[in-house]
Design a protein around this ligand. Structure first.
Ligand code: FEO
Ligand code: CA
Ligand code: CA
Ligand code: CA
Length: 594
């Protein structure tokens, strides 16, 4: 593998930037849709009919805006695919939609049913790396999770008064999950799905009590108006004037067992409450479960959770308790170069790297709080306020975090932060007005994810390579692909980093990129695919046999208009856009990236 210092085995011809309304892959590769918005998930679900949508049908069909993708093999040619449905674009889902205030109640219920996630059985098509939705048979694991699925709150904050409502006076049962963006898979093969921008569903028709306001404000929840979706019109709980604690019951990591269709999803309060993005797991040297998590907001933080007990191979019942007992940490990063050398020009400091050391600051361990003036439950429910008090490092929107299976280093996608001023740059966030984002590399002390200290560096500062503020780990910038707004991360079995983007600020479509992180090709970014108009690239997921990469094409056509300069996407079927998961494979069955 590349760690010896040689080149990578990536040989594909990069895809040039484009504005095409399709998925473009390198020569020799093919792609096809696996499952799209409205496809049947539960046996007996009706076929999709754009003109005759109902909430009852949507609750049995594939939801909208597919994001995180995970893959659970059921044999060589059969698997379960889990997909998050982050949010909805009502303006693309319904003809003549003019907002939540004027929507029909049925439209609001359809949108609510299009949130959550889908678990679907898929089958390999022939001997290639192409996969298709299984539409026959019992599909006994297939499942739809929606805004009305009953879920349990577990861990130290469960039952706390701040989590109690009229409908749930014990504070232990919640309906649904909201805005599930990225996620991860636990070492015991459960889905960890991350509630992100849950704030956008809540508001207040006539204010909230004064004592609730500071926390709501820190989470970006309006206390003076109702949000545009107006879900309160069908469920009062979305109006915080009437049900002030309902928003506290969202913003969690949710654990779902893909092999038990009847088990309630569990909101794991010990992992904290924020705009959760990743939840990627690893095991410490002594066998404890470690979950890495980002809070995707400008100037927010990087977290990790370390379980108290060890993972026991083969003991699912024990492992399913691990996320309820442990320590939640937040990261502080300190640069090792003089601050005066971090001047925003893109020029490296005199030691040759944006790098330094870091510590994991404990916030809470079980019932013990490390934050002055806050109880353990308060730290978990208002994690952002707790992290503000302990001097955590404000980052440029931490999105996905992923551990390299070859080297053990952890990578963080910092998607962008145009609000960072020249006075606010630091060595870990070295660019002011950071509109293209960067990637951070963390190496834990002794390469042990249970450690409380680490080293870090910045191998990639994104953008057009002709822009002097970009940095591609010192690789020849005349050879790399332009890249902007890194969001989701994955690794292939050689330890190459795969980066998908959201919000390409270079004016072309988003896509998927590969970058070796070791050897002489470290920093050699190449674009592997592009997605249709206005879509972001999610997933990505490379199958264990390295023969397929799945990407979720999220919100094709978002923000499009009737003007020729900014057309609405018509992908994938030539009519209204439908968010879809695609599989990509090499025509001759070669490994992805060959
Ligand atoms: Fe939904 Fe942070 O991206
Ligand atoms: Ca340095
Ligand atoms: Ca994301
Ligand atoms: Ca994003």
């Amino acid at each position: 593998w590349p760690g010896w210092g040689g080149g990578s085995r990536l040989r594909f011809t990069p895809v040039p930037p484009n504005k095409d309304d399709k998925v473009t892959v390198p020569p020799g590769y093919e792609s096809s849709v696996v499952v799209r918005w409205g496809d049947p998930v539960l046996p007996g679900a009706p076929a999709f009919d754009f003109e005759k949508q109902t909430a009852a049908a949507q609750a049995r069909q594939f939801g909208y805006n597919c994001d995180f993708v995970s893959f659970f093999p059921l044999g060589k040619d059969r698997a379960l695919l889990w997909v998050n449905h982050e949010y909805t674009n009502e303006e693309l889902m319904f003809r003549g939609y003019t907002g939540g205030a004027t929507a029909t109640e049925e439209q609001i219920k359809i949108a609510m049913a299009a949130h959550g996630g889908s678990l679907v059985e898929i089958v390999r098509a022939g001997r290639s790396g192409q996969w298709k939705l299984e539409t026959r048979g019992s599909r006994r694991f297939n499942r739809r999770i929606t805004t009305s699925t009953r879920m349990e709150l577990t861990g130290p904050a469960a039952g706390h008064p701040l989590l109690r409502t009229q409908a749930d006076p014990k504070g232990r049962t919640v309906l649904g999950m909201l805005n599930n963006c990225a996620g991860g898979v636990s070492p015991w093969d459960t889905i960890l799905t991350a509630e992100e921008n849950f704030n956008q569903y809540f508001g207040a028709s006539a204010g909230v009590p004064a004592e609730a306001q500071p926390a709501l404000a820190r989470y970006g929840i309006s206390t003076s108006a109702l949000p545009g979706r107006r879900w309160d019109r069908v469920e009062e709980r979305f109006d915080l004037t009437k049900h002030p604690n309902e928003a506290n019951r969202h913003g969690w990591i949710v654990e779902i067992d893909p092999y038990d269709p009847h088990a309630a999803p569990r909101k794991r309060t010990h992992l904290g409450r924020f705009k959760h993005e990743a939840a990627n797991s690893s095991l410490s040297k002594d066998g404890r479960a470690v979950i890495y998590m980002g809070d995707d907001e400008r100037f927010d933080y990087i977290y990790k959770f370390v379980s108290t007990e060890r993972y026991h191979r083969g003991s699912r019942r024990h492992n399913m308790t691990l996320l309820d007992h442990g320590t939640l940490y937040v990261a502080r990063l300190t640069g090792d170069s003089p601050p005066a050398e971090i001047d925003g020009s893109g020029e490296l400091p005199s030691d040759g790297a944006f790098d330094g050391s870091g510590v994991w600051i404990p916030l809470v361990r079980g019932d013990k709080s490390y934050v002055p003036g806050m109880t353990a439950a308060e730290v978990l429910i208002h994690t952002r306020l707790a992290a503000d008090k302990v001097g955590a490092t404000k980052m440029d929107r931490p999105e996905d975090m992923e551990r390299n299976p070859k080297t053990g280093a952890i990578y963080v996608a910092l998607t962008n932060n145009t609000a960072r001023t020249a006075a606010q740059v630091d060595e870990a966030n070295p660019r002011p007005g950071n509109k293209h984002g960067h990637v951070l590399e963390i190496v834990e002390d002794r390469n042990d994810v249970g450690a409380t200290k680490f080293r870090w560096s910045v191998p990639l500062v994104c953008g057009d390579p002709s822009d002097p503020t970009t940095y591609f780990a010192g690789f020849d910038k005349s050879k790399v692909s332009p890249i902007s707004c890194p969001d989701n991360l994955a690794f292939d079995s050689d330890g190459n980093l795969w980066i998908s983007t959201d919000g390409n600020a270079l004016g072309t479509n988003d896509g998927l990129f590969a970058m070796p992180v070791e050897g002489r090709e470290r920093g050699y970014v190449r674009q592997f695919l592009t997605v249709p108009l206005a879509a972001e690239t999610c997933g990505p997921l490379i199958t264990p046999d390295q023969r397929t990469v799945f990407v979720a094409v999220q919100h094709p056509g978002e923000g499009g208009t009737a003007s020729p300069e900014n057309p609405v996407s018509r992908w994938p079927d030539g009519d209204q856009p439908r968010p879809s998961v695609v599989s990509v494979w090499h025509r001759h069955g070669k490994e992805i990236g060959s």
